[in-house]
Design a protein around this ligand. Structure first.
Ligand SMILES: N[C@@H](CCC[C@H](N)C(=O)O)C(=O)O
Length: 265
């Protein structure tokens, strides 16, 4: 049997892993279906998400492991940017990337890490699809605040962010309050410049890191006066740095290429 060879590359950002392909190589394929096949950890390559790289204009199209589309991915956009530089799609060290959550400006720093302008949060209930603004709302014994930070996020402060978050994360993610579901971030304040975060992701479950989730967590901690505008955020595999400047969130962190090869369709 002749099977088609699809060129694929895999990257990770703090353990949040992605399969990345050129749009030209998947033009006639069903992208959500492909996401499910490639991200399967037993019968595929295995990843939290699938990224299609479109050019002219440069655009990141993002799918979760379950094939659902998401407007943005923080770790994904750093990996997307590394891919574009590695593949020679961009030459500049600063460039714009289109996403469903708007244009993001990315800069490759001297040490090879990436700094991304992630934009400003949006607290309106219309944007996250809830019947009312979710600000310090009590749900299943958790005090939650939800808003849009590139995608839909809920922040829950806790004494132990690194505990088992599978059940509470899943319950909040799938609560009827959120018709489009929500990513759920469990956030521990270590000191005014240091957080610990673990995230239950919509369309994927618990991941080792979530970039937009880290941005949401740092913003909410700063909004509540628990931290300053510059924080290091410790994750299960690595850390990200967040700066809040005039209400705009900037995320800095690594992107690592893991493999390049072909996937048999
Ligand atoms: N891992 C991501 C977020 C991916 C999208 C999310 N699961 C959603 O459906 O909104 C990140 O690093 O931001």
């Amino acid at each position: 049997m002749n099977r088609t060879e699809l060129p694929v590359t895999k990257y990770h950002g703090c353990g949040n892993d992605f399969v990345i392909v050129h749009a030209r190589d998947v033009q006639n394929l069903d992208w959500p279906q492909l996401a499910v096949a490639l991200c399967d950890r037993h019968t595929g390559i295995g990843a939290d998400g699938f990224i299609v790289v479109c050019t002219d204009p440069l655009e990141m199209v993002y799918y979760n492991q379950d094939g659902s589309r998401a407007p943005m991915c923080g770790n994904g956009i750093r990996c997307f940017s590394a891919f574009c530089l590695d593949e020679g799609l961009v030459q500049d060290q600063v460039f714009d990337v289109e996403t469903m959550a708007g244009t993001k400006t990315v800069a490759r720093l001297q040490d090879g890490t990436f700094r991304v302008m992630m934009g400003q949060p949006d607290f309106s209930r219309e944007t996250i699809g809830t019947p009312f603004q979710v600000d310090h709302y009590l749900l299943n014994d958790h005090e939650i605040t939800s808003f849009f930070m590139g995608t839909i996020h809920t922040v829950v402060f806790t004494d132990n962010a690194m505990g088992n978050i599978e059940i509470p994360g899943s319950e909040i993610c799938h609560a009827s309050l959120f018709p489009e579901q929500t990513n759920v971030n469990f956030v521990e304040v270590v000191d005014s410049g240091h957080l610990r975060v673990q995230t239950y992701e919509r369309g994927c479950g618990v991941t080792l890191a979530c970039g937009t989730g880290v941005c949401a967590s740092a913003y909410q901690a700063w909004r509540e006066g628990l931290t300053g505008p510059h924080v290091d955020v410790e994750l299960r595999r690595g850390s990200l740095h967040i700066d809040i400047e005039d209400g705009t969130v900037f995320m800095s962190g690594p992107a690592v290429r893991i493999m390049k090869g072909v996937f048999y369709l």
